[in-house]
Write a protein that binds this ligand. Structure first.
Ligand SMILES: Cc1cc2nc3c(=O)[nH]c(=O)nc-3n(C[C@H](O)[C@H](O)[C@H](O)COP(=O)(O)O)c2cc1C
Length: 404
């Protein structure tokens, strides 16, 4: 995807700027044309001359470039904004994230981002406490809502000597993310109607207590985000989660397995693709108490009978006509065998298997490790990837199958 593409690298004043020359080399090796824009603090960490030599283009550090600059002085930001196919800011400092979330245009990097007509990707890198600061997290949340891509930093040893989240991923991973995001502009799902479910379900015991599970909804939301960016009309039926709705996605909130069943049956009509990634309860309390149960009422312990919930995937499989149906299997043991049985019994086109006990996979984390099993028996194990990249890998298989 990077071949012949115009890439702008925005570099801001973080210690991880030392990795950027290597990223420029990798981009050039992939035949991309690279132009670098830096903040003045970034130039304290890595010289503009190094990046100019490696990229083969003048580096912009000033809003008003010097007299002898080849960059057109007056409206260089507008020209570059139109020239670019993608812009990556790496490292993106806490300071720059704060500015971008409020549309500042006070330096070469922030000013250019406002004039962009292409995807903007941010790779935040900072100390763990700067990352965890509520103001930084609130800024990130605003930036995601604006439709910018935020590549999650990694956890590990930081330049400060502290250990925690905040490390910029290795440049090979940045390159891969850039490649994935650019491939999306193909709009291969343009006009396709997709229904996706995400998150856990809560099964009420009384008005305040419920039986739930550990699903965060991140995988389903990543699928919705990715599908929407690839041109699909996405309806996302979500259980209770703490996630923002991706841009241009129609979200329907539900709580229980019963509500999710009803909502899916309502929205399934006229869908080209249905992806069920929610962790739906298999059992729900037979009796829901209308008032809060007091401690004193259950002196001998609380015994309740659970009844089976309605099988959403099984029902969709039984009613299936032309739409493509994808299910998820979360297993802890005998994964492949169980997933293959599920694929067959529910009449699915693909099943995505993940293991709840594997580190870096399934619930809560930003990454996943999956096996994609297709109806014809083909099984592909993908390496550990961000949930966003996993979402695109799943969509790639679906896209290929639709074209076949
Ligand atoms: C040695 C040193 C290392 C720094 N590393 C980081 C960093 O990794 N991430 C970050 O957000 N800020 C870091 N800072 C702070 C920024 O350089 C500072 O906030 C600066 O104003 C950022 O400006 P910019 O966003 O315009 O580039 C560091 C500062 C120093 C002195």
């Amino acid at each position: 995807m990077l071949n012949g593409k115009h890439i702008i690298l925005g570099v801001t004043g973080g210690i991880a700027a030392y990795k950027i020359p290597l990223l420029v080399r990798l981009l050039k090796k992939a035949n991309a044309e690279v132009k670098v824009v830096m903040t003045k603090p970034a130039a304290q960490f890595i010289t503009p001359e190094t990046l100019a030599t490696l990229s083969g283009n003048e580096v912009v550090v000033d809003i008003f470039p010097p007299e002898d600059s080849v960059v057109k002085a007056d409206t260089w930001h507008v020209n570059l904004g139109q020239w670019a196919d993608a812009m990556l800011i790496a490292p993106a400092t806490a300071n720059t994230l704060a500015k971008l979330s409020h549309a500042y245009a006070d330096n070469a990097v922030t000013m250019l981002t406002l004039a962009l007509r292409c995807p903007l990707i941010l790779s935040p890198a900072m100390d763990v406490d700067m990352w965890n600061h509520p103001a930084t997290q609130s800024n990130l949340s605003m930036l995601r809502q604006l439709g910018y891509f935020v590549l999650p930093p990694e956890t590990g040893e930081l330049a400060s000597g502290l250990v925690g989240k905040g490390r910029m991923p290795e440049v090979e991973l940045l390159l891969k993310s850039l490649d994935t995001i650019l491939s999306r502009s193909y709009e291969d799902f343009h006009g396709k109607n997709i229904l996706i479910t995400a998150g856990p379900t809560y099964e009420a015991l009384d008005p305040v207590r419920f039986i739930g599970n550990r699903s965060s909804g991140k995988m389903g939301f990543a699928l919705a985000h990715a599908a929407s960016l690839r041109g699909a009309n996405v309806t996302l039926v979500s259980g209770p989660v703490h996630l923002e709705t991706p841009k241009n996605v129609h979200r329907v909130d539900v709580e229980s397995a019963g509500q999710m069943f009803d909502s899916v049956m309502k929205h399934r009509t006229k869908k080209d693709i249905i992806i069920m990634s929610a962790a739906v309860a298999d059992y729900t309390p037979q009796k829901v108490h209308s008032v809060k149960i007091k401690k004193e009422e259950m002196k001998q312990g609380w015994v309740t009978v659970l009844k089976k919930t309605k099988d959403i995937l099984g029902t969709l499989g039984a009613k299936k006509s032309k739409e493509l149906l994808v299910g998820f299997a979360l297993e802890t043991n005998d994964g492949l065998k169980n997933a293959k049985e599920k694929l067959k019994s529910k009449n699915l086109d693909f099943i995505i298997l993940n293991n709840a006990l594997e580190e870096g996979a399934a619930f809560g984390v930003d990454t996943n490790i999956v096996n994609i099993i297709s109806k014809n028996g083909k099984t592909e194990r993908l390496p550990k990837m961000s949930k966003f990249d996993v979402a695109n890998a799943i969509l790639d298989r679906i896209s290929k199958k639709m074209k076949a």
